[in-house]
Design a protein around this ligand. Structure first.
Ligand code: GUN
Length: 294
C-alpha cells in the first residue's frame, strides 16, 4: 500500500483565496484593512524565517502586517508595555508573539497581557478555556490546521481514535481538546508515555508533534491510518547543506499509512493559513465590538 499524500500547500492556497475574498469584503464594508502585529524577540533563526513567511502570506491576501523586532535583552516590562499599547490601538486587530522567547522573559505573563480578542494564536487562557468549553473564539493555528488536513481526507471522524504525541500548549494539548470536540477518542501521549509504539499503532489518526527527526517509524503506525507530521527539524549535512525532516520517517510510513502529510508542505502552510483566518476574525470581532458599544 502507498499512502495518499495530504497536500497542505494546496489546501492552504485554496483557503488563502477564500481569506483574500473575506479581506476584500471586510475592507469594502468597513473601510478598514485588517492588520496583524508580530513581536519578534531575540535572534532565534527559525523564528526569522517563520515571521518572514507570515508577512509574505499577509501581503498575498491583503492583510497589513507590522513586525516589531525587539532585541534579545529586552526587559519583561518593555514587552508588556508594547502589548498594552497594541491592545489599546484601534487599528491593531491581531497580535502574535513569536515563540520561543528568550529564557529571561515570562511567556505566560506576556501572553496573558494580550487582549484575548486580538490573540490570533489562540494561546490566551480565555481562548484556551473557550476551546475546552466547546465554545471556541480564536483557535490555535497549528491544531486547527491539523484538523483541516485530517478532515480533507476523512469527513466523518466521530468515534475514531487519535493518538497525539506531544503535549505542548501550541500543538498537542490544544489539538487534543479540538479533536475531542469533534467526538474523536483522543490519547495525548508524551515522552513519559509507556508502550508508545503499542498505543500509537492502534490509532486511526496519528499526530506527531515531538520535535525529534524521523522518530515515528513504520511500527508506530496502523495500516491505513491518517498520519499528520507536525515536526519541522532542520538537519545539517556534512557538505554544509541542510534539509528539513519531519517527526515521521516518511519512507517507512508511506507504505503503511492510508494518508500522510509531507514535510515541508503539510502542516506548515496550514498554520499560516489559519493565522490569516484568525486575523480576519479578530478584525471582525473588533468591528462587532464597536457596533455593539455604539
Ligand atoms: N513558533 C512556532 N510556531 C509558532 C506559532 O504557531 N505561533 C507562535 N506564536 N510561535 C510559534
Amino acid at each position: 500500500m502507498t499512502a495518499q499524500l495530504i497536500d497542505g500547500k494546496a489546501l492552504a492556497a485554496l483557503k488563502g483565496q477564500e481569506t483574500a475574498e473575506q479581506v476584500e469584503a471586510f475592507s469594502r464594508r468597513t473601510g478598514i484593512q485588517p492588520s496583524l502585529h508580530v513581536l519578534l524577540i531575540g535572534d532565534h533563526p527559525p523564528s526569522y524565517i517563520y515571521v518572514k513567511n507570515k508577512k509574505k502570506a499577509c501581503d498575498l491576501v491583503g492583510i497589513k502586517s507590522v513586525v516589531h523586532q525587539l532585541p534579545f535583552g529586552v526587559s519583561q516590562e518593555d514587552v508588556i508595555r508594547l502589548i498594552r499599547l497594541l491592545n489599546s490601538q484601534e487599528d491593531v486587530h491581531g497580535v502574535l508573539v513569536q515563540l520561543p522567547l528568550p529564557e529571561h522573559l515570562n511567556a505566560q505573563e506576556i501572553l496573558e497581557t494580550l487582549d484575548p480578542k486580538k490573540d490570533v494564536d489562540g494561546l490566551h487562557p480565555y481562548n484556551l478555556g473557550r476551546l475546552l468549553m466547546k465554545k471556541p473564539l480564536l483557535v490555535p493555528c497549528t491544531p486547527q490546521g491539523c484538523l483541516q488536513l485530517i478532515m480533507s481526507v476523512e469527513n466523518n471522524i466521530q468515534g475514531k481514535t487519535a493518538v497525539v504525541i506531544g503535549r505542548s500548549l501550541l500543538v498537542g494539548r490544544s489539538l487534543g481538546a479540538l479533536l475531542t470536540n469533534y467526538d474523536v477518542t483522543v490519547t495525548l501521549a508524551h515522552s513519559k508515555t509507556k508502550d508508545l509504539k503499542e498505543i500509537s499503532s492502534k490509532a486511526d489518526i496519528l499526530v506527531a508533534a515531538i520535535g525529534s527527526p524521523e522518530f515515528i517509524t513504520g511500527d508506530y503506525i496502523k495500516e491505513g491510518a491518517i498520519v499528520i507530521d507536525v515536526g519541522i527539524n532542520r538537519i545539517f549535512l556534512k557538505d554544509g547543506m541542510s534539509c528539513l525532516k519531519g517527526d515521521v520517517d516518511f519512507k517507512e510510513a508511506k507504505v503503511i499509512a492510508g494518508f500522510i502529510t509531507p514535510v515541508p508542505g503539510g502542516v506548515g502552510p496550514m498554520t499560516i493559513s489559519n493565522l490569516l483566518i484568525n486575523t480576519v476574525k479578530a478584525a471582525q470581532l473588533h468591528m462587532d465590538n464597536i457596533l455593539y458599544k455604539s
